[in-house]
Design a protein around this ligand. Sequence first.
Ligand code: UDP
Ligand code: MN
Length: 571
Amino acid sequence: MSIMRKRVSALFFLLILTLIYNYIWVARTVFQRISFVSKSIKIYDRFDFPDIPNITLVESVLGLQNPGVNGSALVVDVEKLPKEEAERFRRSSKEREYSSYTSSLIPLQRSLPDIRLKGCHTLYTDFNLPETGVIIIFHNEHWSVLLRTIHSIMDNTPPHLIKEIILVDDASTDEVLKEPLEKYVSRFRKVQILRVESREGLIRARMMGFEQSTAPVAVFMDAHCECFPGWLEPLVTRIAENDTIITTPLIHGVNPWDFGIDLTKDIQLQWVSFPELRFAWMRVPQREKLRRKRPTDTYRSPAMVGCVFAVSQRWFRKLGQFDPGLEVWGAENTELSLKTWMCGGGLELVPCSNVGHMFHPHKHYDTNPPFFSRNIARIANVWMDSYNIFARNHDGTLADIGDVSNRVKLRQDLHCHSFEWYLANVSPESYIVGDGIYTGEMRNVGLRTFCIDDAYGSKRLESPIALLSCHGKLGNQLWDYTELREIKNYMFCFQEATRPVAIAICDEDQMSQKWRYDPSADGHGPVVSASGLCLSVDTTQMILITETCNNTDIQLWQWGKRREPRTWKLE
Ligand code: UDP
Ligand code: MN
């Protein structure tokens, strides 16, 4: 009897203990949540920031409930704001390249839905994955945006996978990013801040963070990202299988004005666009669709955006990290993409990994600052063999690209493939202006002195295609015949329509944009559409049309040949 009673009281005691523990845990979590918000507000109070809302006031005026929850947008109704707040709102969007005012109204810890593809949950259950060091560099990033990045990592990653988070402050001038930031992140044992004295630019700042990191895998991340549940495991798993593969997540756009996150999961790969040498989005090519077996398989991508990627410490070091001669911003993603492929590794997009990145409108995108031209010229001169001419032409002032001899030596020491190999094997869809299988002017044999001309500028999409006197200066009269059987001038392609041929944004899947040109030995031939009609000219209007093939000279075209088609085989 007494034994029984003892057991009952022991059980009762245990129950009480569990209840107390749960109570403390809940209370602590609630307190932490409140204190995150209140502390951030307090810090704002100490500084007179023009773009920070009076949160309590605005919350009640706008009737905010769970703003930004699950990655939703917060559209601030400016009309409802008191005058002073409306002014702050406007100023915040003007001064930054995003609405930091809106961001401040969204909790630093906001939930993101689990949008993993079916099959991802069970695929990544290995507990022995290598640890990562996450390297986040920033230059005057807004407090709320930067901290949301950190919280999202903390909240959506198994702790054992993160060894450290290294923040590299690239000489920010915002006061709140100094001592207040240190205080705030002191709650996270794993977060360190590295201060850079004078601005180094993102390339060298990332390398400084990398040097500080001691983890076998490095994750480079911009300071305006949000990680979804389960984002890291798939990236690291692929590296654990093969440490020469650089992995990238599926990137979801975070809207810079309302902070809504695009939750769609359409896969777009990236390639290096010419002549700018920036990343450009591309559809998954047919050959890659055939190679992959399951929806959760990784995609081989010719290039990457660069805002989030994971790389093994060993491989990044072996590849010579980034070219330290690159300044401020840009083209480092191109360099690393080319290097990893050409020197025996790879680059893969892992569809089970989802990360949001705020694409903010870039003032320096549009103006092509000198450092950017110089950066791409350095890369082109080291990695692109004879194709470097395209980078040189981009800007007339490329004389001084600095010393690249040790980068050339690196390429030799690593016995890397040629750029032609990269084009043929990794990025056969690459389109390089003036480098088509056939290229140059398309001269009509019947009309002799007339060439096809993309004459209508901004009205080109609504207009027929003109024939004008051949001027020999290429430009509007430059046409490339590509591996995808398109006829192309930059991003515009011939598209078969009824009679007049249209010009449209190139689309690999459009059969009406496919053409065949097989000239005879004397360099003339018909251009035949997918439906079997021939390119011809309506000579009254001097526009390009398609009609039944009839072997007349008006249906023959003279076009320069440049090179053999690139063929690729499936592995
Ligand atoms: N950055 C930096 N120093 C610079 C320029 C940029 O530390 O001189 C940081 C910036 O704060 C961001 C990252 O580098 O975290 C990438 O820059 P950005 O997002 O402007 O490039 P994008 O993603 O738009 O190409
Ligand atoms: Mn970015």
